[in-house]
Every structure is written in C-alpha cells, then in structure tokens.
Write a protein that binds this ligand. Sequence first.
Ligand code: G3P
Length: 216
Amino acid sequence: MKFFIDTANLEEIKEASQMGLIDGVTTNPSLIAKEGVTDHDSHMKKICELVDGPISAEVVSTDFDGMMKEAKHLAALHKNIVIKLPMTMDGIKATKACTEAGIKTNVTLVFQPIQALLAAKAGATFVSPFVGRIDDIGRDGMQIIEEIRIIFDNYGFETQILTASIRHPHHVLRAALMGSDVATIPFKVIKQLIKHPLTDIGLENFLKDHENLKKK
Ligand code: G3P
C-alpha cells in the first residue's frame, strides 16, 4: 500500500519524506487555508520539489468550464500534479475530460461505493473515500473501502482507491487489509504508526542492560 501524506505543511512533508515512506501528497482547500498560503501555485511547486510522486491539488470552481481552466493551469505547474475534483455532476464531466486530455485526477468527497464506481467509469486515476467523516456520523467508514475494492476488482477498473480522512492507525491497518491502493495520512497519524509502548520499554531495557554490562 502506498503512503501519501495529507497536509500542505512543508515542514511536515519534509520530515515525513526523510523517513523514505512517502509516495505522494494530498492537499485540499482547507489544508491550504490552514497554512495561510497566499501563493497557491508556488506552494504546490515547493511540495513537488519535496516529494517525487503524485501531488493532489484541488480545484475550487464548481462549474465544468472553471474546473477545466483550473485543471489545465495546475497540471502545467509540474508533471506530478494530480487534479482533485469534487464528486459532482460537473466534477465527473471534468474527470472524463481531464482523462481524455492526459491529465491525472483524484475524485474527492466520496461517501458511497456507487460514487466511486462513477468516478472509475469516468477514468479517474484515484478515488478518495472519506472514511473518518463517515465514522463521524455514526457509520463504519471503512466498510466502503471493502465494497469499492470488490466493485473495482469485479470489473478490472484501474482507478486506485485512496483511503482519505484517516484519523488513527487502525484506519491504516484496515485499509491495508482491505487492499486499498493508497492511504493518505496526516503527519500526526504517521508518527503514531511508528510508536508502540512495548518497543519503547524493550529499547529502554536493552540500553539499561548494555550500560550495566559496561559497568561490570
Ligand atoms: O484528504 C481528505 C482529508 O483531508 C479529509 O480529512 O480529517 O478533514 O476529514 P478530514
């Protein structure tokens, strides 16, 4: 399973990519706003310099023409830019048009398996089901990953499942068990993936034993 980092924070991207685990980056207008970015294009270019893999940049237009204009502009910034388009009628039309124009896409704000099927039929490169936000309304968000995997495998769709809105390590584990192609993970959760109390205790004991041996 590929690991993308879900942030627009350059320091987080730099630190996580130094571990050698990061295959790509996803951003969205909320993550960009959180960083107070004023020059979106140059910020996206900086991200592209840090990670050599798919970098999702989201459009903010809601109509087909506006989406296509933004998509062409963003795709021209760097070869690794993937255009994030919302799961709407115009978003699906733009996905199809981008695919025909050779522009990679990530259909976002997906909350049910049939929406993912539509995105795949439109030729999306990635589809982003938001599992944490489904959990938030009292349903099991990961169930849709399982169902999308079945649908894509049934028909041989090459669209990659990008599990998004990940909130904790158990989401990542379940995504891997279910055959999600990618998990996009906030930096906080990437750090949690590494930690286990028994690792810390074990290391502490190894070091203590090593020090005691030196004293003998
Ligand atoms: O990539 C989508 C993701 O950023 C949404 O996460 O935590 O805002 O639901 P969240």
